[in-house]
Unconditional design. Structure first.
Length: 178
């Protein structure tokens, strides 16, 4: 009878037979689910991670993608106070070529290069600046008013020894109500 009882007890024993095995099972029962949860979170969130150096989700990039198309900027051509001076137009638009002499442009202050041009007069210089000449695009490639371009022409010519007068400010346009 004692043999029969021992065989029944052995058949009901689990695979954990020592305290060391018990500790291993308890630790594994906590660690394995945590690892599985972390792996699932990484799997789900994998597509939303931006790559290194990417600014696709920055505020500026998002704003650029959702901005309205065809925005218009209007300038008041009668507001002489907001117009740029000859030096300001030169610094913004003309300096790239006229400071370095790039593409055959006469350098600012080079009296020898500017002398024959100054002799043609203000109107000829302004026409060349507005319509383009040689490698220079019309208006020097900018979007300034004719008055502002005229001020830049006078500024450059006078820096090279010219004695041109500043162009007159445009007269305000007549009101549409009148």
């Amino acid at each position: 009878m004692s043999d029969a009882t021992h065989s029944q007890e052995e058949s009901h024993e689990g695979f954990i037979r020592t305290p060391k095995q018990l500790m291993a099972v308890v630790v594994a029962s906590f660690v394995v689910p945590v690892i599985i949860i972390i792996m699932l979170i990484n799997f789900v969130a994998w597509g939303t991670k931006p790559s290194a150096g990417s600014d696709a989700m920055s505020d500026e990039s998002v704003a650029r993608r959702i901005q309205k198309i065809g925005l218009s900027e209007y300038k008041d051509v009668n507001d002489v106070k907001s117009m740029k001076s000859g030096e300001q137009v030169f610094q913004v638009q003309c300096t790239a070529c006229h400071s370095t002499g790039a593409a055959g442009a006469p350098k600012l202050g080079d009296e020898a290069a500017w002398a024959p041009r100054i002799k043609t007069g203000y109107d000829a210089l302004l026409a060349s600046a507005l319509k383009g000449k040689g490698n220079m695009a019309p208006q020097g490639g900018g979007d300034f008013s004719d008055y502002e371009i005229g001020r830049a022409v006078v500024y450059m010519a006078n820096k090279a020894g010219g004695k041109l007068e500043e162009p007159k400010a445009p007269a305000p346009a007549a009101s549409a109500a009148k």
